[in-house]
Design a protein around this ligand. Structure first.
Ligand code: GLC
Length: 438
C-alpha cells in the first residue's frame, strides 16, 4: 500500500507545481496560498527539497515591509475570473518591488518556520549539496521568519494580552468554522458585494457578504492594524493560530541554533513559553475544559469546540491539566481520531461543511505532532495509520466526510499528498518533546 500511495502523492505534487510555486489544487485554488506552501514543503523535503525551498522563497519574496506574509500570492498568468475575490477586489498597491495587485493583505497561520526546519532536518538524506543549500536557505529565511513573528506578535496584539488577533476568518485557515459565527454576526452582510456568477459552495450568501465586507473595510482602512478594536468589526484570538505562532518560536530556536545564534535561540524559546501562558490565560475555559476563540471586541469566548481548540496540544509547556483535558477530548465521542474540524455532537456539525465537520489532514498532522510532543507515541502511530488509510482508500482529497471517509473538495490536493509522504516516512518526535509515556 505504501509504495503505491507514495507514488500517487508525488504525482499530485508534480501536477500542482507551476515552475515557481505549488498550487493547493489545479481546480479550486489556482494561486499560491501561504500555509499550504508550508505544509507542501514538509512533504517535498523527502522528494524534492530544492522545490520546497523555491516554494518558500517565492512566498517570502512577497513579504510586506511590515513583516506580514500574504495569505494568497496571485499568479499573474491566471485570469482574473478564475478565482474570486481575485486581484481586482483586493486592489493592492505596489510594494517592496512587487507589482500592484500581487497579493492579498491578510495572513494565515505561520507554519513556515516549522516547515523550514523540517526541510532542513531531512536535507542530509539528499547529500552534501542539499545540506549546503539548506543552510543557505535557512540563512535567507531566518530574518524574514522573525519579521513575520514580530508582525503577528506586535502589530496584531490588538487585545494587549500577548496573543495575535486575526482580522478575518480566512486568516485562521479554517474560514467557515463555527468558531467565528458569533464574532462574525457583528459584521454587516452587504449583499451588493457578491459577484454575479461565482458563489462559495461552503457559505451562505449572507456569510459570504460578511467576509467580503470585512476585506473591503480592512482595505479601505489602508490595511492598517492601528486601533483594530476601535475600527474593525472582526478581531479574534484563535487558539490554533496562536499555538502555531508559539510552535514557530520553537522552530526558530532550532534554526537559530544551526545558524550559530544561540542568544536568539533562548529568546525564541522564552517567547514560546510566554505565548503558551497567554493562550491558557485568555482562551482556556475551565467550565468546558477546552480552548475557545476569543472575540477581542466583546471579551467573549466562542461557545464552539472547533479543532483549532485542540491545537495547543502542540506546545511542550502546556500545563498538565490542559494536556490531560485535550487528550481526553481526542478520545471522546465529540472528536476521536482522526479529529473532525468541529465536534461531532455540536449543534453546527455538518459532515460536508468544510471546516464545520470534515476531517482535514493538515490539522490532524499537527495534532499528531502534539501527541508526540507529550510522549503519546502509541496514539500518534495509530493516528498516522488511520490518516494514511483514509487517503489510501479515498484519494488525496482536500478534506474527508467524517463518518464514511469519502473525499470532499478537490481530489488532488497538495497538502494532503505532501503530509502523506511525511506520515509514511517519519517516526521521530520533535527534539523538545517530553519523555515518552505512550
Ligand atoms: C481554503 C482553506 C484554507 C486553504 C485554502 C487553499 O480557503 O480553508 O485553509 O489555505 O483553501 O487551499
Amino acid at each position: 500500500m505504501s509504495a503505491e500511495l507514495w507514488r500517487s502523492a508525488v504525482r499530485v505534487l508534480d501536477t500542482n507545481w507551476t515552475g515557481g510555486h505549488t498550487v493547493p489544487s489545479r481546480t479550486l485554488n489556482p494561486h499560491q496560498w501561504s500555509w499550504d506552501t508550508a505544509f507542501t514543503a514538509i512533504g517535498l523535503a523527502y522528494v524534492n527539497p530544492a522545490r520546497a525551498w523555491r516554494d518558500l522563497r517565492t512566498l517570502f519574496q512577497t513579504q510586506w515591509p511590515d513583516g506580514r506574509v500574504p495569505h494568497i500570492v496571485f499568479d499573474p498568468d491566471v485570469p482574473e475570473d478564475a478565482y474570486f475575490p481575485g486581484p481586482a477586489f483586493w486592489n493592492m498597491p505596489a510594494y517592496a518591488g512587487r507589482p500592484a495587485q500581487g497579493s492579498t493583505a491578510l495572513v494565515q497561520p505561520p507554519v513556515h518556520a516549522l516547515a523550514a526546519w523540517e526541510v532542513y532536518r531531512h536535507a542530509a538524506a539528499h547529500g552534501a549539496d542539499a545540506v549546503q543549500q539548506a543552510r543557505t536557505e535557512l540563512g535567507w529565511l531566518y530574518p524574514r521568519l522573525v519579521a513575520q513573528q514580530e508582525y503577528l506578535g506586535d502589530r496584531r496584539d490588538a487585545g494587549g494580552g500577548g496573543l495575535a488577533s486575526i482580522v478575518h476568518p480566512w486568516e485562521s485557515g479554517m474560514g467557515n468554522s463555527p468558531a467565528w459565527d458569533d464574532a462574525l454576526s457583528a459584521a454587516p452582510a452587504d449583499l451588493t458585494l457578491l459577484p454575479a456568477g461565482r458563489r462559495d459552495p461552503n457559505l451562505s450568501d449572507e456569510e459570504y457578504a460578511r467576509y467580503l465586507g470585512l476585506v473591503r473595510d480592512y482595505r479601505d482602512g489602508g490595511w492598517s492594524d492601528t486601533d483594530l478594536i476601535g475600527r474593525h468589526l472582526f478581531v479574534v484570538e484563535c487558539p490554533g493560530f496562536n499555538a502555531i505562532l508559539a510552535t514557530a518560536e520553537l522552530a526558530l530556536a532550532q534554526i537559530a541554533g544551526v545558524l550559530g545564534r544561540s542568544g536568539e535561540a533562548s529568546r525564541h524559546r522564552k517567547r514560546a513559553q510566554v505565548i503558551t501562558a497567554a493562550i491558557t490565560d485568555r482562551l482556556w475555559d475551565p467550565d468546558t475544559g477546552f480552548f475557545h476563540a476569543r472575540d477581542v471586541r466583546t471579551g467573549r469566548l466562542s461557545p464552539a469546540r472547533s479543532v483549532s481548540g485542540l491545537l495547543p496540544l502542540m506546545l511542550p509547556d502546556l500545563a498538565a491539566p490542559q494536556v490531560a483535558a485535550l487528550l481526553e477530548e481526542l478520545s471522546s465521542p465529540r472528536f476521536g481520531l482522526p479529529a473532525p474540524s468541529y465536534e461531532r455532537t455540536g449543534p453546527a456539525f455538518d459532515t460536508r461543511g468544510y471546516w464545520r465537520g470534515p476531517v482535514w489532514i493538515n490539522v490532524n498532522w499537527l495534532l499528531r505532532r502534539g501527541l508526540l510532543v507529550h510522549g503519546r507515541r502509541r496514539e500518534a502511530e495509530e493516528l498516522s495509520r488511520r490518516l494514511v488509510r483514509l487517503v489510501h482508500h479515498h484519494g488525496h482529497y482536500e478534506n474527508f466526510q467524517p463518518e464514511d471517509g469519502s473525499g470532499l473538495g478537490s481530489p488532488a490536493f497538495s497538502w494532503t499528498a505532501a503530509l502523506c509522504l511525511d506520515l509514511l516516512a517519519d517516526r521521530s518526535a520533535p527534539a523538545y518533546a517530553r519523555g515518552s509515556r505512550g
